[in-house]
Design a protein around this ligand. Structure first.
Ligand code: SF4
Ligand code: SF4
Length: 341
């Protein structure tokens, strides 16, 4: 069998001697020897290879996401998984909102500062070579999910528990749907959350000071792609005292993102203050069952995390709390309105 060096033109190999794999995320064909799966060569499929990519734009993606949210069975709690009668048929999310940022936006680099996320944060082009745009979206929890959780003062409601688990599964499906649509139009994309390079960690039971840096020099309670920080850079909102991101649809919901080589005009509103949309009303402080939030320090991640562990034990395999996100002025609105950058 003739061996071919990487990059060498392929000659004199019959089809039976080739295995061809396609990676949708990288939009690349990989050629291998089927006998021992040795790598032969790869062929990235660029948009220019396909020609017709000018029908894809922001509005097409937004419309597709809204249609998916309204029509997907995954956005509804089915009878077999429902934790109680009251949540059968529950719709998890309302329509999503989107913001788009340039992949080379300087604000992404600021997330590498130790005081923000740290060096372990991966920039858009580190996820996807040739990245042009970061797409960030927020899926607000439906009124049924939010109100169910605000009726219970200590433990998460069944609706909220579903929102965290089935809701997150729906969010991933929506990312995959958008990735498919982008690929169909000839664009590459990466979903950091589902990528094998995604890392997150937390240090339950340890204070920030005790934990300092983890074994790999990475602080506790961190990840190399923080959806809330990405949404902030993209201009979807600004942080609240409870450390949730307050958007025009409030704070109660889930964030997702994709990095793509589709180029679009950035949008979203940048805000000069970390807490631009938070009115500092203190309602989240009162709602927290374990006093994890204060005006002085914001959210104490250790206290919150210990309580989340208790919830995981009590409701396993489900979890979630969110009392600081419901029954508060920022639950579904943007109460603060201070200067833009
Ligand atoms: S409840 Fe009030 S203080 Fe807490 S994040 Fe929302 S607006 Fe800010
Ligand atoms: S998630 Fe729960 S425990 Fe954590 S800060 Fe919010 S209300 Fe407190």
């Amino acid at each position: 069998m003739k061996r071919v060096a990487h990059g060498e033109p392929i000659k004199n190999i019959t089809a039976r001697e080739l295995a061809v794999f396609y990676c949708g995320q990288q939009r690349t064909l990989f050629l291998m020897y089927p006998s021992d799966m040795t790598f032969i060569s790869s062929f990235p499929l660029r948009p220019s290879n396909r020609g017709g990519n000018d029908t894809m734009n922001k509005q097409v993606l937004i419309d597709a996401a809204i249609r998916f949210t309204r029509s997907s069975e995954e956005n509804i709690i089915s009878d077999p998984v429902a934790l109680s009668e009251s949540v059968k048929g529950l719709v998890i999310f309302d329509d999503p909102i989107f913001s788009f940022a340039r992949a080379d936006d300087d604000l992404f680099s600021t997330l590498k500062k130790p005081s923000v996320i740290g060096e372990h944060f991966l920039l858009p082009h580190e996820w996807l070579e040739g990245a042009k745009t970061v797409i960030s979206f927020f899926l607000p929890f439906s009124e049924a999910v939010r109100t169910s959780n605000s009726r219970e003062s200590t433990w998460p409601s069944d609706g909220w528990l579903h929102g965290r688990i089935e809701g997150q599964a729906f969010l991933k499906s929506m990312c995959l749907k958008l990735q498919d649509d982008l690929a169909e139009a000839g664009f590459r994309s990466i979903i950091p959350l589902t990528d094998s390079r995604f890392r997150s960690r937390s240090g339950p039971g340890k204070t920030r000071d005790e934990a300092g840096k983890g074994g790999q020099g990475i602080p506790y309670y961190t990840s190399n792609w923080s959806e809330r920080h990405i949404a902030w850079v993209c201009g979807l909102g600004s942080f609240g005292l409870s450390r949730g991101l307050v958007t025009s649809k409030g704070v109660a919901g889930r964030f997702g993102s994709l990095v793509t080589d589709l180029q679009v005009e950035p949008d979203g509103e940048r805000h000069e203050s970390f807490l631009s949309f938070c009115s500092s009303c203190g309602s989240c402080i009162k709602n927290c069952p374990v006093n994890a939030i204060s005006f002085e320090h914001g959210k104490d991640q250790d206290i919150c995390s210990k309580f989340q562990d208790e919830i995981k034990e009590k409701f396993k395999p489900r979890y979630g709390c969110g009392k600081c996100q419901v029954g508060v002025p920022c639950e579904k609105n943007m109460p603060g309105r201070r200067g833009k950058i």
